[in-house]
Design a protein around this ligand. Structure first.
Ligand code: PGA
Length: 253
């Protein structure tokens, strides 16, 4: 079986001032120094990226952005390009988070543009997909995942996608306290990996990391991570406190 280094990623969403972000980061660095065999990443609000990058240098924790624009520069007030994020010290970027899709009109087409821009700038893309409650109830989970993967990754080839990370985040489990059961997560992850196999071949399907997201916390992370196709977690609420993120990072202990 292919070894996929697990990734525990924190999405701080719109939380923490710069001072608060730096404060949490200092504690986090100290608490995660001894973590081995697991990649760690935090995606703070963009104002904290550059100052956090300085603190994180030499630490176990990589820096991620929560979004990017697909153009390199131009008259796009309020937006940030892949090059800008890389220059601020980011190595990862989240793309197509369900909150971006729900509140900011993100579509599979814009996900695709952002993904291409991220890859061109050597940022590791974390493409977020997942069904809503209504879609699951209607039995549409797999067709939603089909569309999000096929359209989101349109025009790309396996050679382009070596760094790709996919985050399966059922929308009904985000911030609700309702986690998908370990079996529900595994079923969706397996489905996504088989879809990647059909679209891009076995080699990429075996190496692509698929994270689970949606109410992951220290009490449920271990069981989720024990599922064969769950390669990590994308964590919102439980990533905000350093102690709780550190417990997630130490899930193997
Ligand atoms: P949550 O958020 O852990 O607070 O449910 C997950 C996410 O939106 O990435």
């Amino acid at each position: 079986m292919t070894e996929r280094t697990p990734l525990i990623a924190g999405n701080w969403k719109m939380h923490k001032t710069v001072a608060e972000a730096l404060d949490t980061t200092r504690t986090l660095i100290a608490l995660t120094e001894d973590v081995t065999g697991v990649d760690l990443m935090i995606a703070p609000p963009s104002v904290s990226l550059a100052p956090m990058a300085e603190l994180l240098t030499g630490s176990r924790i990589a820096l991620g952005a929560q979004n990017l624009h697909w153009e390199q520069q131009g008259a796009y007030t309020g937006e940030l390009s892949a090059q800008m994020l890389a220059s601020a010290g980011c190595s990862y970027v989240l793309i197509g988070h369900s909150e971006r899709r729900q509140y900011f009109g993100e579509t599979d087409e814009t996900v695709n543009k952002r993904l291409k821009a991220a890859l061109a700038a050597d940022l590791i893309p974390v493409v977020c997909i997942g069904e809503t409650d209504a879609q699951r109830e209607a039995g549409e989970t797999f067709s939603v995942l089909d569309n999000q993967v096929i359209n989101g990754l349109d025009g790309l080839f396996s050679d382009d996608l070596g760094s790709l990370v996919i985050a399966y985040e059922p929308v009904w489990a985000i911030g609700t306290g309702k986690t998908a059961s370990d079996e529900q997560a595994q079923e969706a992850h397996r489905y996504i990996r088989e879809l990647m196999d059909r679209q891009f071949g076995k080699a990429l399907a075996n190496t692509v990391r698929i994270l689970y997201g949606g109410s992951v916390k220290p009490s449920n992370v271990k069981a989720l991570m024990a599922m064969p196709d769950v390669d990590g977690a994308l964590v919102g609420g439980a990533s905000l406190a350093a102690e709780s993120f550190s417990q997630l990072a130490h899930y193997q202990a």
